[in-house]
Design a protein around this ligand. Structure first.
Ligand code: AMP
Ligand code: GLY
Length: 424
């Protein structure tokens, strides 16, 4: 089978890795891809925001299945274009991708489906939004309604900062802001594949580390690292979340005539009052999927189509993101990276590329904020962590930074509820 993977980050490199070891896969194209995916998959220029361009490329390369990595093409309707031209695709339609594209829409679906989430209200005007801030009280949670690449959320105990966030969310006509109740407790990412036939297949629970600094300090990022599985979550959590969150949401979307197929990502808080949904995403989470796929031993195409149940290796996987100088505010690009061969020579280590490209001299250089996702498996979490950080220490990238507490049993959110820290 020939497969097109759309995207250019660590998630897409992880997908290519898993597909490359799947016996059903004959050849791979990754568009636009990065320096890492180019080792496994033919690269191709692509404007991922243009649904016609995605469908045209799938046709031109004769892809038998297109897997769409990022949310932007999904929300823009790339899956609709592919299906309309008779092509197979993994990813929801634009109507179903609104679960990620609009937080207000997702809340509406959750309310209708009885899915437990933070209570919330959305507004297009500043005054009622400010009065809701006071009604919900601190810590304040202010969200931009649309896609914001993980940067549209402010969680703060400082009312002035919350007021500024409301104004920032309502800058342009048509903008909408969501004010919601603060959820305490550690966060869990649970991904479920929803097949064309409507089967719901949960993957291993994972945890992302979203803040830039150790101990969850500093601003939110796209994700600084992840690990799976989570030894501390209650037994049966996946089954419970499928029953109370994923299945009711899938049923509600079908009832509305906009069925969801693809990957439904539930961002959860395990609060003192039970599991609550923080947000839905409609694609694999990055970097959680890097850790999850490192543990998948069954063929990925069989799992995505529902023909094979996921089988997991025992042990654990850890992914440490190596970020560029200045990330997340103003990442510097174009710095050469060395030590990749020495790092990937370590047992159980896989260096997944996120923001990399080859320069005109053939050197691998940084090309984005998150540069590498250093992933390691081990017989247990500490072993995987040790290998991942040993690999990181072998890599040189000027000005790079990374968190040193990914998957650390002592860190906040691992063993207890996180403290409130302002996002801005
Ligand atoms: P989101 O983009 O909705 O996932 O939000 C980004 C991050 O903000 C989440 O991973 C949480 O850490 C935090 N967050 C979002 N909503 C809430 C909430 N209602 N209560 C507490 N923290 C939240
Ligand atoms: N890991 C966070 C995200 O993919 O949105």
């Amino acid at each position: 089978m020939k497969i097109l993977v759309v995207g250019s980050g660590g998630r897409e490199h992880a997908l290519c890795r898993a597909l490359a070891r799947d016996p059903a896969v004959g050849s791979l194209v990754c568009a636009p891809g990065n320096a890492g995916t180019a080792e496994l998959a033919q690269p191709h220029p692509l404007d991922v925001t243009d649904p016609d361009a995605v469908a045209d490329l799938a046709e031109a390369v004769q892809a038998e299945l297109t897997i769409i990595g990022p949310e932007i093409p999904l929300v823009a309707g790339a899956a609709d274009k592919l299906r309309a031209s008779g092509q197979r695709c993994f990813g929801p339609t634009a109507a179903a991708a609104r679960l990620e594209g609009s937080k207000a829409f997702a809340k509406n679906v959750m309310r209708a489906a009885g899915v437990p989430t933070a209570s919330s209200r959305d507004h297009t005007e500043v005054e009622p939004a400010l009065s809701d801030l006071d009604e919900f009280g601190p810590p304040y949670v202010v969200k931009y309604d649309g896609l914001a690449a993980g940067k549209g959320v402010t969680v703060t105990a400082d009312r002035q900062a919350a007021v500024r966030a409301v104004h920032a969310c309502l800058r342009n006509p048509g903008d909408r802001v969501v004010i919601e109740e603060y959820l305490d407790g550690p966060e869990v990412s649970l991904f479920a594949i929803v097949t064309e036939a409507g089967a719901v297949i949960p993957l291993l629970p994972a945890q992302d580390h979203k803040r830039v600094g150790d101990g969850d300090a500093g601003p939110n990022t796209g994700g600084m690292g992840a690990y799976a599985p989570l030894p501390w979550v209650p037994h049966g959590l996946s089954t419970q979340v499928v029953q109370t969150v994923i299945q009711p949401t899938v049923d509600e979307m079908a009832r509305r005539g906009t069925p969801f197929h693809g990957l439904l990502y539930a961002g959860l808080a395990l609060t003192s009052r039970g599991v609550r949904v923080i947000e839905f995403n409609v694609r694999f989470g990055d970097p959680e999927i890097q850790a999850i796929l490192a543990l998948l031993s069954s063929p990925l195409t069989g799992v995505l189509t529902g023909q094979q149940a996921p089988v997991w290796r025992s042990g654990a996987a850890v992914t440490v993101v190596v970020a560029a100088a200045g990330y997340p505010r103003a990442p510097r690009v174009g710095d050469p990276i060395s030590g990749l061969a020495a790092a990937s020579a370590l047992t159980g280590v896989d260096i997944l590329h996120a923001g990399t490209r080859r320069d005109t001299d053939g050197r691998i250089v940084s090309s984005g904020g998150r540069v590498l996702c250093v992933t390691a498996i081990g017989s247990h979490l500490e072993a995987a962590r040790g290998s991942a950080y040993e690999a990181v220490s072998r890599i040189s990238l000027a000005g790079a930074h990374y968190r040193t507490d990914i998957g650390d049993p002592g860190r906040l959110g691992y063993s207890g509820p996180p403290a409130v820290r302002p996002t801005s």
